[in-house]
Design a protein around this ligand. Structure first.
Ligand code: HEM
Length: 442
């Protein structure tokens, strides 16, 4: 067995461990589609329990290479895996410098549909774009000033969905995602965008290319058309929409307001996966649906349902790999990391390591029903620090409201249940293949 090299830098794994990390951690993330998920690949990952294996691989790296971080050499690139909670907090809290969110990988991928988005911006651009995103999305506020209008859109679309599933007798992914996207277009662009599937289709096309990063040329025609349509919605500024906020929130030079919108439309997709999986958690855990129903009339901010969505995101993070590039040399207990190093936080490792997190594989909404700080073990479904997700409260509002509406007058059972309250929850759960039977309450 070869010995890890140190030479003043943080350790690099042996070639064998590097290959194991590449095959077991990095490639499964890419194979499933980092930007647009490939449902069949996700089902394959579920069958092969790839995420549970990835967590075991990460644990092996920590056991072998000490507290880390540890570098993994892959063709033409080195990834540095963080292995301890304090490293995660440090990196996320020090974005964008010296840990830049606009990594080479993200610029390659997101450039296909949001070349001026905040996530791929330089520190100077970020200085105006991040506050703009935070202001429009009211990042720090659990209920957005358009919250009632958002909730109305969610409830109307969920009611239409329920009408449909009562007729078919089953709730399946395709029906849910159609209703969800109508709701998203109404929230983001305005009610008149409800049936503008062309916007979503253009974005999906570009996101599929984004899976291939720099390898695929950008479809500039599609991208320009998408951005033009988004600019039209901003001009229309329908009352109660985020487009209206974009039109009215002050935007200093360099903000590129309408070019921030593709990220929001794209990111709402993760909300679909999280919500469907959260419904599966509720269906699989006796008492959870009633607990949700009990809070509906009492707590407009739906704490239990929010915590359920957050649990769905802890158990099955929709951004499993949070990436940062170092902008200067940084010092660590195990040595230094040069500028330009690629740092990876593999969220499932921190969310699902049962040697450190007793609740790792069970539904534990109580984890989220109190304030969390950097003193806590890192659960980072929305990242953290200055580049934390600006849309977290908007999406949690939409998802918890959607779940509340579905559960208000229905129970749901899972068909061929891939999860149960009596077993450890699986490391991977394809939302695309879940099927529910609705049972109207008497
Ligand atoms: C369940 C749904 C969502 C999840 C799990 C999620 C997660 C994340 C994560 C992990 C990041 C950081 C990525 C990184 O550090 O590289 C991020 C960034 C971001 N998200 Fe979300 N997101 C979700 C939905 C949304 C929605 C619906 C919006 C807008 C309406 C939104 C807006 C943003 C923005 C603007 C950023 C960039 C923040 C920055 O660069 O400072 N997200 N999100």
């Amino acid at each position: 067995m070869s010995t890890p090299s140190t030479e003043g830098q943080v350790p690099t794994t042996s070639a064998a461990d590097g290959a194991r990390a590449l095959a077991g951690v990095v490639l499964p993330v890419l194979a499933r589609g980092a930007i647009a998920r490939r449902p069949r690949a996700v089902l394959g990952a579920q069958a092969a329990e790839l995420d549970a294996r990835a967590v075991r691989t990460m644990r092996h790296l920590r056991e072998r290479y000490g507290p880390g971080p540890v570098q993994v050499r892959i063709p033409r690139r080195r990834f540095t895996f963080l292995l301890e909670p304090d490293q995660v907090h440090r990196v996320l809290n020090a974005s964008p410098e010296p840990f830049a969110a606009a990594t080479r990988e993200k610029r390659g991928a997101l450039g296909h549909f949001q070349p001026e988005g905040v996530l791929v911006s330089s520190p100077e651009e970020r200085a105006v774009r991040k506050p703009f995103n935070d202001d429009v999305l009211e990042a720090g506020s659990p209920v957005h000033q358009h919250g009632q209008k958002m909730a109305d859109a969610v409830q109307e679309e969920m009611d239409a969905l329920l009408g449909h599933v009562e007729f078919t007798g089953t709730l399946v992914w395709d029906d849910f995602v159609r209703a969800w996207m109508r709701m998203v277009r109404r929230i983001v662009l305005g009610d008149s965008a409800r049936d503008d599937e062309a916007v979503t289709d253009d974005l999906v096309r570009l996101r599929k290319d984004a899976n291939w990063s720099f390898v695929k040329p950008t479809r500039r025609g599609h991208r320009d058309r998408l951005l033009r349509r988004l600019a039209d919605y901003v001009d229309r500024a329908e009352p109660g929409s985020l487009a209206q906020m974009v039109a009215s929130v002050p935007a200093p030079p360099g903000t590129e307001p309408h070019q921030q919108i593709p990220q929001w439309l794209f990111a709402f997709d993760a909300g679909t996966w999280a919500t469907v999986r959260a419904l599966a958690l509720v269906a699989a855990h006796p008492g959870a649906a009633q607990r949700a129903r009990d809070e509906l009339p009492q707590s407009p901010d739906l704490p239990f349902l929010r915590a359920t969505v957050l649990e769905s995101l802890r158990l099955w993070p929709t951004t499993p790999a949070i990436l940062r590039d170092t902008t200067e040399e940084t010092a660590w207990a195990g040595g230094s990391l040069p500028a330009g190093a690629s740092v990876m936080i593999f969220a499932p490792f921190f969310h699902r390591d049962d040697t450190r997190v007793p609740e790792a594989h069970r539904f534990a909404p109580e984890l989220w029903m109190r304030e969390r700080t950097d003193a806590d073990w890192p659960f980072v479904p929305f990242s953290g620090g200055p580049a934390m997700c600006s849309g977290r409260n908007v999406v949690l509002l939409a998802a918890s409201t959607a779940l509340g509406r579905l559960l208000e007058r229905h129970d749901f059972t899972l068909e061929d249940p891939p999860l149960s309250a009596d077993r450890p929850l699986p490391g991977t759960l394809s939302p695309f293949h879940l099927r529910f039977t609705p049972h109207p309450l008497q």
